[in-house]
Design a binder for this molecule. Structure first.
Ligand code: IVH
Length: 668
């Protein structure tokens, strides 16, 4: 066969296989037998091996994956991957509708879809070919998992038809079907290995596996629900998804355009029961404004689009028997009781344990070992106990009594005034607290040290190589490389990770220290306001609570943390290793107090800046961007097409209205 003949044959086989693939995995209407499919695939594999010059990463042969291990590259999302705000009742949906109508000032169609409960993924297509698949990550940047995603048969590698935009992104959910999950767990059980918690976590874990041939064997599925790009074919979200279906994407049939809220409620009622017949997990209904134009008009809050809301289904509740209670000690020393249950099936997965949160819950339920309890699976990964069937309690059952000493280090537990949790106060000597703090330190949102996870920390701690966070920076290659299941390559990766962590911005370093109540957001606020660790340490209670969003609890916790000598030593040591303890100069550039104390509302569309940019400018200059007009509003920053009701309200309350130019002049 000459080159030309080979290329023709290869192209023909690729097209045929892609077509059969689509019919099997997307339409569920296969046309040929598995055997015939495999024969064609083998033929193509052989030709591709013989003519490597015609290799193509989007060839159907690539769907089997490879065992070449690959680290994931982090890529920034072109459009941030936000979450959705939630509603739990018709009332809250009504409120959503009111908010929407108030902004758009016209009627609109809604699209109802199922909320799939898997891991979100963003797929980029260029000229009809899949070029990149990125996980949600922290919403701003995620992991490039393209090689793994290519193994998912319901995701088209090349699009059908020819009317797709040259460049677009489509987002959806990667899911592990219940059947696949159960089979996987059955296998693990047989092998005496630890079982997997649920399909959602398993699909997320699978997506991040290094070996794509294992991913291929896990039979993941994908439903798409959101298209982004500059030249989408239609204005309607629903209509765009129907187009996407023609191009080969799996779009759920559980989708409807609703003209009013009654139609929305009907959709929800129908699917609350129907969804149990589906092969994958769903946990609600997403209600979206159909028109893209109106969506753009509505825009986004910092966390979620204003044009959509997720209605969450009520959790399924089942009854089972409480076998025993065990206790876990977390990073902060908080002791959490955990119920060990007779295994039951809830919402498609097997449940053996449930969180009891704290002593009050045990007391309120008056739990006895042997009790028949009701278990529910809510939004959290771990299910919870919601009640007891007292009629089934035997007089011989003994009540659950909360432990008095730490299960790990035997220190007597304490319970602070007004707090529900018991704590082990042995902060520096209790192993799970020490390890927990170290895990938090290296975690993704913290110092983000590649390769240092729970397991490695456990090994390092057991070997006595690290006893606290500062010890990481003294690790030697030999110590790491000799650990179980570790090699020179992984050791080097960790050392490199530690080195790069010295550039991690101060706000994340502050978060990594694990000060109680100082999460990501509070760390950012503290750094933005106080700039250096010295200033934060020196801040008084009054100075701290004077900062927006910082209340008594946080201020007290910060002061308490800095009053411990050992913590100051940790900071000194980390400083010597070169970690960042002051705000990055670039963050300071352009930061002023010019809008201090001003509440500014933005409305309409602008010429020089987007609304998001204007919001950032307001915040950078010490002002506050507010969502609705009230007496406290200082200015209405008005662009084109501002809603008449907003104007009216501003006039009524005598709020000064300024243009984009007026606003920019204020900053001069
Ligand atoms: S639309 C800007 N539609 O739920 C966000 N999301 O809690 C647009 N999800 O991040 C998302 N099913 O991962 C949308 N039919 C659906 C969905 C859905 C599941 C996920 C998605 C999102 C999360 C929000």
């Amino acid at each position: 066969m000459n080159n030309e003949e080979a290329l023709n044959k290869i192209t023909k086989l690729r097209n045929e296989l892609a077509d059969h693939n689509y019919k099997y995995y997307v339409l569920a209407q296969p046309e040929i037998s598995d055997f015939d499919f495999d024969m064609k695939l083998k033929e193509l594999e052989k030709l591709e091996a013989e003519f490597p010059q015609f290799a193509d990463p989007n060839s159907p042969t690539q769907r089997v994956g490879s065992d070449i291990s690959k680290d994931f590259e982090q890529v920034e999302h072109k459009y941030s991957m936000l979450s959705l705000s939630n509603a739990y009742s018709e009332e809250e949906i009504k409120d959503f509708d009111t908010r929407v109508k108030k902004i758009i000032e016209t009627d609109c169609d809604y699209v109802c879809e199922l909320k799939f409960d898997g891991s979100s993924i963003s797929l980029t297509y260029e000229n009809g070919e899949l070029i990149r698949a990125v996980t949600r990550g922290d919403g701003v940047k995620g992991d490039d998992v393209t090689t793994n995603v290519r193994t998912i048969k319901s995701i088209p590698l090349k699009l059908r038809g020819n009317d797709y935009p040259a460049n677009f992104e489509i987002r959806g959910e990667i899911l592990m079907p219940f059947k696949v999950f159960d089979a996987l767990n059955a296998k693990l059980e047989k092998a005496g290995e630890q079982l997997l918690a649920n399909p959602r976590n398993t699909s997320a874990g699978t997506l991040k596996m290094k070996n794509s041939s294992v991913v291929a064997s896990r039979k993941l599925d994908a439903y798409l629900y959101y298209m982004l790009g500059n030249d989408l074919p239609m204005d309607g979200h629903f209509e765009n998804l129907q187009k996407a279906k023609e191009w080969g994407f799996k779009i759920s049939d559980a989708i409807e355009v609703c003209k009013n809220l009654n139609e929305v409620y009907t959709f929800i009622k129908k699917w609350d029961t129907e969804r149990h017949k589906l092969p994958v997990a769903t946990d609600g209904v997403v209600i979206k404004v159909n028109s893209k134009k109106l969506q753009d008009n509505l825009g986004f809050t910092a966390k979620s689009p204003r044009w959509a809301i997720a209605y969450k289904f009520k959790a399924e509740s089942v009854s089972t028997v409480l076998k025993s209670v065990s206790y876990q000690v977390g990073r902060t020393g908080a002791v959490t009781p955990v119920a060990n249950l007779e295994p039951v099936h809830i919402a498609g997965t097997m449940v053996k344990r449930a969180s009891l949160h704290n002593a009050d819950i045990i007391q309120n339920h008056d739990l006895h070992i042997g009790d028949t309890v009701f278990v529910e699976k809510g939004g959290e990964i771990i299910p919870k106990i919601t009640g007891v069937d007292v009629s089934k309690r035997h007089p011989m059952f003994s009540p659950v009594i909360f432990i008095e000493n730490c299960p790990e280090c035997k220190t007597p537990l304490i319970r602070k005034e007004g707090e529900s949790a018991h704590y082990c106060p042995n902060e520096d000597g209790c192993p799970p607290q020490i390890k927990g703090k170290m895990e938090h330190f290296v975690s993704r949102k913290g110092m983000d040290i590649d390769g240092l996870g729970q397991e490695t920390i456990e090994l390092l701690y057991n070997e006595g190589f690290v006893k606290g966070i500062t010890d990481f920076y003294q690790l030697k290659k030999g110590q790491l490389a000799n650990l179980d299941r570790m090699g020179e390559k992984s050791a080097l990766r960790i050392l490199e990770g530690l080195e790069t962590s010295k550039k991690v911005p101060f706000e994340r370093v502050l978060f990594s220290l694990g000060i109680r109540f100082v999460g990501e957001t509070i760390a950012k606020i503290l750094v933005k306001k106080l700039h250096t660790i010295e200033n934060i340490q020196a801040a008084t209670f009054e100075e701290l609570i004077d900062i927006d969003e910082i209340g008594d609890k946080i201020a007290e916790s910060v002061i308490a943390w800095f009053s411990i000598e050992k913590h100051l030593q940790i900071i000194e040591t980390l400083k010597q290793y070169g970690l960042q303890f002051k705000i990055n100069e670039n963050q300071l550039i352009g930061q002023t107090d010019k809008l201090k104390g001003l509440n500014i509302i933005i409305s309409g569309t602008f010429e020089q800046h987007s609304r998001d940019e204007l919001k950032k400018i307001i915040e950078k200059n010490g002002g506050k961007n507010v969502g609705s007009i009230s007496k406290k509003t200082s200015y209405l920053l008005a662009g084109k097409n501002i809603g008449p009701s907003k104007l009216e309200k501003a006039n009524k309350l005598k709020i000064p209205i300024i243009s984009e130019n007026d606003f920019l002049k204020m900053l001069k």
